[in-house]
Design a protein around this ligand. Structure first.
Ligand code: IPM
Ligand code: MG
Length: 370
């Protein structure tokens, strides 16, 4: 038993040192990339698994229609990134094979279809690896239900919390298991800054800081404290503390939920509550998701690869709406808000109607070009 304890303590020491090194890297981070100043923006297209290639192909067609002139002029390049498939990842034994990661890093932004996460085993989810390798610290998820007065945006911390060491916990066989949750000061300040900056730029007056700081006293305690510290730079924007348990209840309370505007929260709570929120909008298939860092950004469907649709031969009927919403967020991020408006307008006015992915894209393109 003693040997297990000693190994665990050594493991813990190594984790602390590694995380301190990450803190240093965050403190030394380069200035954020300015997309308005880039002569060429390279958009990497990652198909993913299952229905991924189908919805990715149709979303790419819609983007090609929207960006026709800029693609012809060479100021926007759509670059297919091959090899982020479950087959290749398993064959190489890497969540994101090295050569694929190198290709990814030649891009400025990514549009990514859903990738399958192998169950069990040691392999990490490709999403989690990409978020970490590209330091995509803000997971931004908007949810809107106009008829219910819901217009929310979630700023989920995307690189730390329960995720950063998720596959590297400690086990004393037959006795106990421990996982680790890590909250760093620069990691919290940057997500808080992103949330309050969004609030300021978009005329929002309230930011809900959602934690369980009554129980997770260290990690969530500092998260809330630092959010308030950042809030002090934003007069006129109210910063309100909420606990995650009561917040999950309030999101389904029609009498209070429309008062929420911006949410900022640690990784795992953000993961859970954004599925709840997306369900209120019509399901996880309807929501787009942005993973934003200072140098890279990745835009993806919020749903999975739906292998059952492929197995039962219904793949062609996969709904690309979530990836198209993500594409619209991508366009805004690279300072093509005018094109994002055209896409959003097409998505709002063209009903999906159970069409095939291609049929739906055809009708969207007709609307965009009409
Ligand atoms: C999400 C997903 C991922 C997460 C999975 C696929 C690793 O649920 O993007 O919300 O847990 O973050
Ligand atoms: Mg999730």
């Amino acid at each position: 038993m003693n040997e297990y304890v000693n190994n665990a303590v050594e493991h813990f020491r190594a984790l602390i040192e590694e995380q301190l090194a990450r803190v240093e890297r965050m403190r030394d981070a380069a200035a954020p990339k300015d997309f308005t100043a880039l002569p060429v923006v390279t958009v990497g297209i990652i198909d993913g698994d299952g229905i991924g290639p189908i919805i990715s192909k149709q979303t790419t067609r819609v983007l090609e229609a929207l960006l026709k002139d800029e693609i012809a002029a060479g100021s926007i390049v759509l670059k297919p990134i091959k090899g982020l498939t479950i087959e290749n990842r398993l064959a190489k034994g890497e969540a994101v094979p090295k050569d694929v990661l190198a290709e990814v890093k030649t891009c400025d932004v990514l549009l990514k279809g859903p990738t399958e996460t192998p169950k069990g085993g040691k392999m990490e989810s490709a999403n989690v690896t990409l978020r970490r390798e590209l330091d995509l610290y803000a997971n931004v998820r908007p949810v809107s239900v106009p008829s219910e007065g819901i217009d929310w945006i979630f700023y989920r911390e995307n690189t730390e919390g329960e995720y950063v060491l998720g596959s590297r916990g400690v086990e004393i066989p037959g006795e106990l298991c421990m996982d680790f949750k890590v909250t760093t000061l620069p990691g919290t300040k940057r997500i808080a800054r992103a949330a309050f900056e969004f609030a300021k730029q978009n005329g929002k007056t309230n930011v809900a800081i959602v934690t369980k700081a009554n129980i997770m006293k260290k990690t969530d305690g500092i998260f809330s404290e630092l959010c308030h510290e950042v809030a002090a730079d934003y007069p006129g924007i109210e910063a309100e503390d909420w606990y995650i348990d009561i917040m999950t209840a309030k999101l389904v309370d029609p009498r209070v939920r429309s008062r929420f505007q911006v949410f900022v929260l640690p990784n795992l709570y953000g993961d859970i509550i954004t599925d709840e929120a997306a369900q209120l909008q019509g399901g996880v298939g309807t929501a787009g998701s942005a993973n934003i860092g200072d140098q890279y950004a990745m835009f993806e469907a919020i749903h999975g690869s739906a292998p059952r649709m492929i197995e039962t031969g219904r793949g062609d009927y996969a709904n690309p709406s979530s990836l198209l919403r993500a594409a619209s967020m991508l366009l805004r991020h690279i300072a093509r808000g005018d094109k994002a408006d055209i896409l959003d307008n097409a998505l709002d006015s063209v009903p999906h109607d159970g069409d095939t992915a291609k049929g739906f894209a055809d009708r969207l393109i007709a609307k965009i070009e009409g």
